[in-house]
Design a protein around this ligand. Sequence first.
Ligand SMILES: Cc1ncc(C[n+]2csc(CCOP(=O)(O)OP(=O)(O)O)c2C)c(N)n1
Ligand SMILES: [Mg+2]
Length: 185
Amino acid sequence: MERIKALEQIASQLGDELVICNIGFPSRELYHVKDSSKHFYMLGSMGMTSSIGLGLAMAQERKVVVFDGDGSVLMNMGSLVTIYNQAPPNLVLVVLDNECYGSTGNQCTYTSTTDLKNVAEGVGFKETFLFQDSEDRIDFTPVLNSKGPVFVHIKVSPGNANVPVIPMEPDEIKERFMREVQENK
Ligand SMILES: Cc1ncc(C[n+]2csc(CCOP(=O)(O)OP(=O)(O)O)c2C)c(N)n1
Ligand SMILES: [Mg+2]
């Protein structure tokens, strides 16, 4: 399954959850399949979606779903340790693992040999899920029914969808999202 299909399937199963999405093509693809004021498209700060998601989950009670990438998790791996130890019950960390830095030209990461779900379990995560590349349907219900922090490892095939850049300014994305969070506590 390609990343855009995984994003589309999960997004279609979300309701009131807040979403933090990784830099680059993942955000473009999510915007393309479904836009919402509940989405924060993170621009610029590779590695920081999990940290932003953790802060948001701790600051309010709504469930937070983070779409992260394998390269970004590798870049900020310490975030897994902080998330596990802070243990926000309302945080779901989804890693879309294409074994490469997809947004910058598909350079290989090390996740073909280093298993990120094993890493998360080694850190202490009790609720972990794995969806293989070969699966054609992601049932997200058991994930949403689990008490966080939840780690969801989704193997996807490399490849970026041919979708345009998000036609919103960074400030617009941020302010729309902040309003959504503040007005619907
Ligand atoms: C600190 C930093 N280093 C590098 C980049 C350039 N960059 C943007 S996205 C990206 C690849 C991200 O890879 P991954 O998290 O696996 O996501 P994918 O695009 O594969 O879904 C890189 C290297 C950046 N924005 N910030
Ligand atoms: Mg990747």
